[in-house]
Design a protein around this ligand. Sequence first.
Ligand code: SAM
Length: 287
Amino acid sequence: MKVHWERFHVYAHFSTINNLNDTSMYPDNEPIIEQLDLPFEELMMRMERDDFRGKSSLTIRIGDANDLIREIDDQSVDLIATDPPYGINFEKNEWDEPDRLNWHELATHFKRVLKPHGNLIVFQGWSYVAETKTILDQYFTIKNWIIYDRVKGRGAKTNFVSTREDILWYVMDEKIHVFNKIDSTIKKKTGGMGLKNGTKYRALSNVWTDISPIVPWSKERVKHPTQKPVSLMNRIVEVFSNPNDLVLDPFMGSGTTAVSCQILGRHCIGFEKNPEYYQIILERTKQ
Ligand SMILES: C[S@@+](CC[C@H](N)C(=O)[O-])C[C@H]1O[C@@H](n2cnc3c(N)ncnc32)[C@H](O)[C@@H]1O
């Protein structure tokens, strides 16, 4: 397989936005300050340099994640945040082929490339999450199992509507992982918001019901069947990494993780094997 560098952009740093649910926050007017083609080694070297701080970069490669991940340096990534094929053959899409994902092999590389304080966030569907978790538990320490309620789901006459997405959060080290705590604005069913330290907010729970799904009329919608909302990925990038950190998404899809990294000033490496989706990523992240 011919793997080649498609592009490497360095963008101005985007200051952290206040309202992470505001999906109209796109950095499309920010200047490109450098545009380069670089191999991973060069990127890694630049990550060490002071003049790279305060900037955000995007490195997207087309190809198979199982091959491309081998090229990433040991202990170089702060956060892996990924939404891999679920293995439910959703609408018989060719990308959703569970047999192709070797979770043991992937976990070995995830563990190799993550820094000691690194986080791993993996999206799963309910029918596969237990299987994947059993494997990942052998490599990492589970920190939480988040449920994202995407509200909309397929109706079924003989079953519940499935609106949950499972998000597994793993750490390399229980004591030093990154966790930027955020408050919840979700109203308690028991009434009131709850008072903590004199404010009306309380800590966010592991059930996320406050993020709007992608609907046909969403402004951010592109042509990808499992596109995640930018506000969801913003939350993940914001909580589990710091500005200037390196975020890896080996299964980019339409590139939502990359968009969040642009917004929040993180360096991002992403892989996508489908050329059509790859083009969508380039369009969405174009400055
Ligand atoms: C569930 S989708 C990700 C959707 C993404 N979160 C978004 O917001 O658009 C998974 C993606 O992984 C890609 N994919 C599947 N197997 C892959 C592989 N071995 N290497 C790279 N990409 C792969 C598929 O083409 C698909 O676009």
